[in-house]
Ligand binder design. Sequence first.
Ligand SMILES: [Zn+2]
Length: 175
Amino acid sequence: MTNDWNISALDMPRFIELAVPCRWQTALSSLPRVHALCEGDVSVDPGLQCDWSMLAQTRGNGPRAQNWLHLQAGLTLTQRCQRCLEPMAVALAVDRWFRFVADEATALAEDDACEEDLLAMSSEFDALNLLEDELLLAMPLIISHSSCQPPPSKALGDDLPHPFAALAGLKLPKP
Ligand SMILES: [Zn+2]
């Protein structure tokens, strides 16, 4: 299903009012920061698209009403395993809720005090930028096949003396 929303300048108050889930398919080439991760010697499928959706929701009534946004996205990138250097598929998944506040200043002021992620309300909301931010956050820090993972560090450390073992032999001075 296609829709007419301008995803880089979305009229968020209207999107919230309609409260209808919307889906998009966005080409990787339209996500330059994510695309940059795929450049180099791993070939990128030029038809690769990110499937994503947003749903806005108003919770509560009157002055206590809060506007929330649900973002879901999926994208599978080809990356190079950092250990064996062979290409591998890395599936990125985004599934997050955000709460809207009046503006950037409020978002900054309230950010530390609440657990949820805050967004500034805008009639030209850059949803594409938010999608890119979240895809980048979903990227694993270390990209490697599960079979290429090093053995757990505990096994490596078992032969080493415990750093505090020597302390056990020390006598404490009497008070
Ligand atoms: Zn590997």
